[in-house]
Design a protein around this ligand. Structure first.
Ligand code: TGC
Ligand code: FAD
Length: 406
């Protein structure tokens, strides 16, 4: 009995220590600049010291480690490619992707916190807001003093946001906002929400709703088996009086929220590789340490097949992300190219997680290893920011010129 406990304890204590090493089978690092590698190192160290020691507990308890918002701000995770004077990091799109990759290596929920704040809250205010709105909100969001959320999805309109019924009615110097948003990351803890609603002409407008506005509430959604360390909720608007000052003046179309999604989907296409690498890293190590039939399980051909296929798929995804990053840096990455990368890389990560789980045997279902947490998280990632099938249809539309949604 003691021997079994000793073995379990040895495996347990090894698993608890974050021994992650990046994987770069095709020497893609040679294609990166020093600022990318430095950013990666800094975020990796932060994840090892701040996220890895606590994440399993938070996920098990289904609690969001909101204390990490400040740290995320300090490492420049909020809007890495937005200008410094507006609270961003002043880096390029490649750096943004790499930072998301390292965060998601820790946990998809932590990457979500950063994606939403930077790409879905700061970006629309930067891109479509007035100068006064930028000055008022962006520095506070960039520093983590304010937490933001993004409200597009509704209870009856998920994949089809153009059907939204949340609406704005003109009332002099304000709009009256009514409706509800569903599945909103960070909503229960947000200070501000960028909300998309139709005006009386049926045009999609973006409004900044602040916590404390009368008639605005943010109930939490419970019972998630995925993204458990991320907080998700609703946004409910009952005759909320939103000053016209809070309307984003430079957009009146669904293109507004969809362009923000392009930015966030780009980050996810990098982020998913992080989750996949963490699963692969753990499986590779376990395969060399776990002895069955008097030899490491990594010596069996079937285990090698799994590992070889994992690193092949990770490498292909890395090349896709790197190329997308170079296009994004030139402002040439199209929404359809971003859809392809998001779809491919998240699916790849899910498959890697499932194979890694097999390699860990029974241990793979426990919180001693990160595999099940990543796998369950990825079940959300494959659905949010456009489902797997929606992205396939975007590619289909792009190559055929025929619109499956029309
Ligand atoms: P459609 O007519 O195709 O487009 C309307 C206008 O938008 C433009 N556009 C885009 N612009 C930039 N980036 C994109 N990705 C764009 N996609 C479309 C388009 O050119 C057009 O512009 P204009 O100027 O001609 O008006 O719109 P549609 O109603 O037919 O919808 C097409 C469809 C289904 C692809 C789209 O609605 C879609 O992507 N649906 C998926 C919904 C989705 O992704 N929701 C995500 C909610 S947010 C979220 O999940 C956050 S999770 C965050 C986290 O925790 O990390
Ligand atoms: P539906 O649209 O009802 O889709 C159900 C199924 O039908 C899917 O398989 C879909 O692919 C399929 N389907 C739909 N239309 C078609 C079609 N035309 N052809 C073929 N198949 C189709 N939203 C926000 O606005 N802000 C957030 O911060 C946010 N955070 C989220 C966090 C989590 C944890 C989750 C799970 C979701 C979040 N979302 C958020 C919502 C997310 O974007 C939606 O869940 C997603 O867009 C899908 O919408 P839906 O869930 O209503 O599914």
């Amino acid at each position: 009995m003691d021997v079994i406990n000793e073995k379990v304890n040895t495996i347990t204590s090894k698993a608890k220590e974050d021994r992650f090493q990046g994987h770069d089978y095709y020497q893609i690092d040679e294609l990166l600049q020093d600022e990318h590698l430095l950013a990666r190192e800094a975020v990796r160290e932060w994840v090892k010291s701040e996220v890895s020691p606590i994440i399993e507990q938070y996920a098990e308890k289904s609690k969001c480690p909101t204390h990490l918002f400040k740290g995320l701000a300090e490492i420049g995770a909020f809007g890495p490619s937005l200008p410094v004077e507006y609270g961003g990091g002043g880096m390029d799109e490649m750096a943004y992707g790499i930072i998301m990759q390292e965060l998601e290596r820790g946990d998809s929920g932590i990457r979500s916190m950063a994606s939403v704040q930077g790409s879905l809250v700061m970006y629309p205010i930067y891109k479509y807001g007035s100068e006064e709105q930028r000055r008022k909100y962006l520095p506070k969001l960039g520093s983590g003093e304010f937490i933001g959320c993004f409200g597009l999805t509704e209870p009856d309109h998920g994949s089809n946001p153009s059907g939204m019924t949340t609406n704005l009615k003109d009332d002099g110097d304000a709009y009256i906002l009514n409706g509800a948003k569903m599945w909103i990351t960070n909503s229960p803890v947000a200070d501000v929400a960028v909300v998309w609603a139709k005006d009386e002409e049926g045009k999609v407008r973006g409004v900044i709703v602040e916590r404390g506005m009368k008639g605005f509430s943010t109930p939490e959604i419970h019972g998630k088996w995925s993204l458990r360390a991320s907080v998700t909720g609703e946004l409910v608007f009952e005759d909320v009086r939103v000053p016209k000052y809070n309307v984003l003046p430079n957009i009146a179309s669904l293109r507004g929220p969809l362009s923000c999604l392009s930015k966030a989907r780009y980050g996810i296409s990098w982020g998913a590789i992080g989750a996949a690498m963490d699963c692969y890293d753990s499986a590779l190590r376990y395969s060399k340490e776990r002895i069955q039939f008097d030899r490491p399980i990594g010596q069996f051909q079937l285990t090698q097949k799994k590992l070889a296929e994992m690193i092949t798929e990770i490498t292909k995804a890395q090349l896709l992300a790197w190329r997308l990053g170079t296009l994004a840096n030139k402002g040439k990455a199209t929404p359809a190219q971003i859809s392809m990368a998001k779809r491919n890389n998240v699916e790849m990560a899910l498959k890697v997680a499932r194979e890694a789980r097999q390699i860990h045997g029974g241990m793979g279902i426990t919180s001693e290893y990160p595999i099940m947490r990543h796998m369950m998280n990825l079940e959300s990632v494959v659905t949010y920011e456009g489902t797997h099938d929606v992205h396939l249809l975007i590619t289909g539309m792009d190559i055929t010129g025929l619109n499956a949604f029309a």
